[in-house]
Design a protein around this ligand. Structure first.
Ligand code: SAH
Length: 402
């Protein structure tokens, strides 16, 4: 019997609910959405927050020749150092003062967790005001990916996500986003990430960025874009990365998706859909009360049309909640209705909270979900859950420390 005709076993429908904590609610009793960053002490102004022109102007303001900006940029963006002792090409007299003024410490390492082979490292950083953020460094064959945070906390209040539980602390500055990459590159230069091929001596650096750490990147749009522009600017002005190797992931802030499509930087775009039907997505992704499934998919499709870059749909498979075969079929139908070849689907087993309704789907159910989408002509690959044993995803480390 071909697989399409296997009997369909009716599965229960588990509904989203919080366990052991409750979602903050707004005046109308709906899950609170925080789009604006609470006012807190500003992070120290940093050289990386500035454009190339502003950097030169800043040095002139400090009574230095403009060319010093390039020297400092080279130290920071090419050699990944903020230490005045490394900068012997700067005048000794006021080097210390100059460098600590321009490259003030933005984050201190609180904790670092690594997997057995050491090819995944999760960093927990403390910012100037005590806010905690995470980044995760992962070695894959042929690439090194850093998962970065764009906000401390998150205002999107998704009930399955550890970051959302405490709400939004504040936006990160562009430099706080960039410093996560610079610090990871520093760790790589020091040989701190395991799993390197024997005998391999070429220097390593982060090749891919995913904005899948803490926060909703499109809710911190201007700083996100300054960080992305600096990531793709050639060294030493920036990090010399390729835009297509940078993935911006969003819950679906539709107007900001349109803005992103209009930028001249074709980053890879990912939409955290997690349900193809509004009935479930309303509960799973509170921002669905603003922009519905079809609007989010239209915006994702428009991103493809504008940039020519195939977009990804993220889908955390949650046991008996969103993993039903009919949902795979409905998702395929909605994607195909907008065309072919514009999208691929990345299901990922939920990073579970032990003993709760938030459990990952069974392997056979995952496989069936993937099979149905592929059979319908939607390229679909199950994403691996790197770093599960170190709570590699989703704000779990900062939540444990807070
Ligand atoms: N706010 C952005 C980016 C950060 S979250 C967004 O929502 O896309 C990055 C991805 O991790 C999102 O797809 C998010 O839904 C997913 N995620 C959050 N908690 C998870 C969990 N417990 N298991 C698996 N994926 C999770």
């Amino acid at each position: 019997m071909p697989p399409e005709f296997l009997p369909v076993v009716a599965r229960p429908q588990v509904r989203p609910a919080t366990e052991g904590w409750s979602q903050k609610l707004d005046g109308e009793g709906r899950p609170l959405l925080q789009f604006a960053s609470p006012k807190r002490g500003k992070p120290p102004a940093h050289f990386a927050d500035l454009t190339v022109e502003q950097r030169k102007a800043r040095l002139v303001e400090l009574g230095m020749p403009a060319f010093r900006a390039k020297q400092i940029a080279t130290h920071y963006f090419t050699h990944f150092t903020s230490d005045p002792a490394d900068m012997t090409d700067l005048p000794a007299a006021n080097r210390e003062e100059l460098v600590t003024g321009l490259l003030p410490p933005l984050m201190t390492e609180v904790r670092r967790l690594a997997t057995d082979r050491g090819d995944t490292i999760k960093f927990l950083w403390k910012l100037h005001d005590g806010a905690l953020v995470e980044s995760v460094l992962m070695r894959y064959p042929g690439r090194i990916t850093l998962c970065v945070s764009s906000q401390a906390g998150c205002g999107m209040n998704c009930p399955f996500c550890a970051t959302g539980q405490a709400g939004l602390t504040r936006n990160l500055s562009a430099a706080e986003i960039l410093d996560q990459v610079v610090r990871a590159n520093r760790a790589l230069a020091n040989g701190e990430l395991g799993g390197k091929k024997k005998g391999e001596t070429t220097p390593e650096r982060v090749s891919n960025i995913v904005f899948m750490g803490m926060g909703e990147p499109l809710a911190n749009y201007a700083r996100l874009m300054h960080a992305v522009r600096t990531m793709v600017a050639p060294q030493p002005e920036g990090l010399g990365m390729s835009a297509r190797h940078i993935t911006v992931s969003t819950v679906g802030l539709v107007p900001a998706i349109g803005k992103l499509a209009d930028e001249d930087i074709p980053v890879t775009f990912a939409l955290s859909l997690h349900a193809p039907d509004d009935e479930l997505r309303d509960e799973l992704i509170p921002v669905n009360s603003r922009w519905k499934v079809d609007e989010a998919l239209d915006a994702a499709h428009a991103y493809f049309e504008k940039t020519g870059r195939r977009v990804s749909i993220e889908y955390a498979l949650i046991k008996d909640m969103n993993d039903h075969a009919w949902r795979a079929d409905l998702l395929a139908e909605k994607l195909l209705a907008r065309g072919r070849g514009w999208v691929h689907v990345n299901p990922i087993p939920l990073n579970p909270t032990p003993g709760s309704i938030w459990t990952s789907s069974e392997p056979e159910v995952q496989d069936e979900f993937v099979r149905r989408l592929n059979a319908a002509g939607i390229p679909t690959t199950l994403r691996d859950t790197r770093g599960k044993e170190i709570d590699g995803a989703c704000g779990q480390l900062a939540a444990a420390d807070a």
